[in-house]
Design a protein around this ligand. Structure first.
Ligand code: B12
Length: 249
């Protein structure tokens, strides 16, 4: 069947265009052996892969084996059908952001951030909030027109919301790094539900982390999601743009 002219099919690229070659790695609960290697090959066959080469088999603990496999995947993805919601952030500089707050909001923008639940990975939220910032981009603490409260690690959802209320925060910034058993989703969803019950959902809620994207954050009830490589000025610009939109300017 001929594909519609507007479609844009892409296949995996290995040695040459459209050869479909991929590399995948996985663990099987089988001690490393010839049998384990064959089990890995059959596993890939069951995935619909062809030209399977089990390149590496390493013992992983006593009863497990880790595999790296090269294979061909014949599937293609139609790029013209791929749509991903993305946060739109104005390209404002440090100076412009401060000037906009001073002139159009007329008071400091208050943000409260934390790494919530059992998560102790504070580097991400610190990168956004702390003076030093990230990759040469100053954190929100460095902006004279931002008032920043970084509550740190393992903050309970209720404690974060209570602090946000006390401070009349404009925005609540949540960092979730651990994703085992979808704990990031459960915890984030619970925060939004609590905020709704307590009548606090009018504040801006931003979610960030290495496995967070805008679509997921929206699905969990947040206003926006920020993934790996996020720079503090993007977060500052987003918050200010949203506050200006809300006040109709
Ligand atoms: C440093 C680190 C630790 C340190 C954390 C120290 C600290 N104070 O943060 C310590 C040693 C404590 C630690 C502990 C653990 N860790 Co750890 N850790 C890491 C490591 C090596 C780096 C994480 C990091 O600092 N990244 C750098 C920052 C800058 O990147 P980032 O978080 O993505 O942040 C950026 C964006 O995502 C975004 N962002 C992040 N948050 C937010 C929030 C908002 C609002 C916004 C706008 C943006 C934003 O902006 C940031 C800048 O661009 C990663 C592996 C890796 N290389 O990523 C594992 C990793 C995250 N850890 C992991 C694990 C499993 C653990 C432990 C469970 C290990 C154990 N068995 O004890 C414990 C859990 C402790 C706990 N209760 O949370 C796993 C997580 C697996 C998963 N997907 O769930 C990882 C991926 C390692 C791995 N490959 O297995 N860890």
């Amino acid at each position: 069947m001929t594909a519609p002219s507007s479609s844009h099919l892409v296949r995996a690229y290995g040695d040459r265009r459209d050869d479909g070659r991929i590399q995948l790695s996985f663990t099987l609960p089988v001690p490393a052996s010839a049998r384990a290697r064959e089990a890995a090959r059959r596993f890939c066959e069951a995935l619909g892969l062809r030209h399977i080469l089990v390149a590496t088999m390493e013992p992983a603990g006593r009863d497990f084996s880790f595999f790296v496999v090269y294979a061909s995947a014949e599937v293609a993805v139609d790029l013209s059908q791929v749509e991903v919601p993305e946060v739109t952030v104005p390209q404002w500089s440090f100076k412009e952001i401060n000037q906009l707050i001073r002139e159009r909001i007329g008071r400091k923008v208050v943000v409260v951030g934390a790494c919530t639940g059992s998560d102790a990975h504070t580097v991400g939220i610190d990168a956004i909030l702390n003076m030093k910032g990230y990759a040469g981009d100053k954190g929100l603490e460095a902006y004279p027109w931002f008032e920043v409260h970084n509550l740190g690690a393992q903050v309970d959802n209720a404690v974060l919301l209570a602090r946000a209320r006390e401070l009349s925060a404009d925005a609540v910034l949540v960092s979730q790094i651990i994703t085992q058993r979808d704990v990031h989703k459960d915890n984030s969803r619970a925060l939004i539900e609590l905020a709704r019950r307590q009548g606090q959902r009018k504040m801006l809620f931003l979610l960030g982390g290495p496995r967070i994207d805008h679509a997921l954050a929206r699905e969990l009830g947040f206003d926006a999601g920020f993934g790996p490589g996020t720079r503090p000025h993007q977060v500052a610009s987003y918050i200010v743009a949203q506050l200006l939109e809300r006040q109709g300017r």
